[in-house]
Design a protein around this ligand. Structure first.
Ligand SMILES: [Zn+2]
Length: 307
């Protein structure tokens, strides 16, 4: 696959070992391979694709940051580990259970840091975690406790770094949390192309596209291509956030789509090319992806961009 108009990239990758916090006691929680992002980091270093200089270590976000998006009542509740574990439906079984919130704060800090890097260097920054797109302002859902993307967007809008952001969400599941957070905000457009719809939401700047779960590679890529083209004329963003969900993968152990590894790389590079064409900073988060083979999808994407 050749992408002739793309220039050599100095993309950044954001990761810290705190991303393993809070999940490590649950083993394969919902089939989620907790080591996948560390595996990706290690693989990129081993392949000599990722230089130390472009691998960045973020700080966790603060409660003040979380309050930029979530309600005071909700933030008060998530400080209680019992509430958090009940909400995420995890058994409390060790002294480490209280660190689940720390995991979400670390990853959200990573999405904020990736935003800072992408804006400052006018480039692409990958966070090796995040895309908690089911979290609403006043509640979490689907293993999304807080909404990392919305928190990052609000943090940098408050700093006056930009006004208009675009969220492209190609996870298997609908980005219902993002759509609900930005329902009344015409300056944040959310495009979600998914095979599983969670709820019907009407917003000022959003588009939900439901595809059949048995759609083939070429038809799926055509839907993505059409919608990226559609966006070019509809919304002038200053930054693009991309939830590069790996769960449409044919080997995913939770979802039921049949998209090949090659097609998912093409899909991811289409979004990358879109941001390049529009000359916009791009922040990428992995979203969902389950099972032992899932990590290859995000690793392929980063590796291709760094090549
Ligand atoms: Zn998903």
């Amino acid at each position: 696959m050749i992408f002739p108009f793309l220039k050599k990239s100095n993309a950044y990758v954001v990761f810290t070992l705190e991303y393993l916090l809070g999940l490590s006691t649950y083993g394969d929680y919902h089939g989620f391979d907790i080591y996948k992002y560390k595996r990706i980091r290690d693989e990129l270093i081993r392949e000599k694709k990722l230089k130390r200089r472009y691998l960045c270590d973020p700080h966790p976000c603060s409660y003040e940051d979380i309050l930029l998006v979530h309600t005071e009542d909700y933030v008060r509740r998530i400080k209680d580990p019992v509430y958090v574990n009940q909400m995420l439906k995890i058994q409390m079984n060790s002294m480490w259970d209280s660190s689940v919130l720390e995991y979400f704060k670390a990853v959200t800090g990573g999405t904020m840091f990736a935003t800072a890097l992408a804006l400052k260097n006018r480039t692409t920054a990958f966070n090796l975690g995040g895309g908690f797109h089911h979290a609403h302002r006043d509640r979490g859902e689907g293993f999304c406790l807080i909404n990392d993307l919305a928190i990052a967007i609000e943090k940098f809008r408050k700093k006056g770094k930009y006004k208009k952001a675009l969220i492209i969400d190609l996870d298997y599941h609908q980005g219902n949390g993002n759509a609900s957070v930005y329902r009344d905000d015409a300056d944040v457009f959310t495009l979600s192309i998914h095979a599983e719809q969670w709820e019907g939401i009407e917003g000022l700047a959003m588009k939900d596209v439901l595809v059949a779960s048995d759609i083939d590679d070429e038809a799926y890529l055509e839907v993505v291509r059409e919608n990226l083209l559609w966006l070019e004329d509809r919304f002038s963003a200053e930054i693009v956030y991309y939830i590069a969900g790996s769960d449409p993968y044919e080997k995913d152990e939770l979802a039921d789509m049949q998209i090949s590894r090659e097609a998912l790389l093409r899909r991811n590079m289409m979004v990358y090319a879109f941001a390049q064409k529009m000359k916009l900073p791009l922040v990428v988060v992995p979203g969902g992806g389950y099972g032992k083979d899932s990590w290859h999808i995000y690793a392929d994407f980063i590796s291709q961009v760094l090549s």
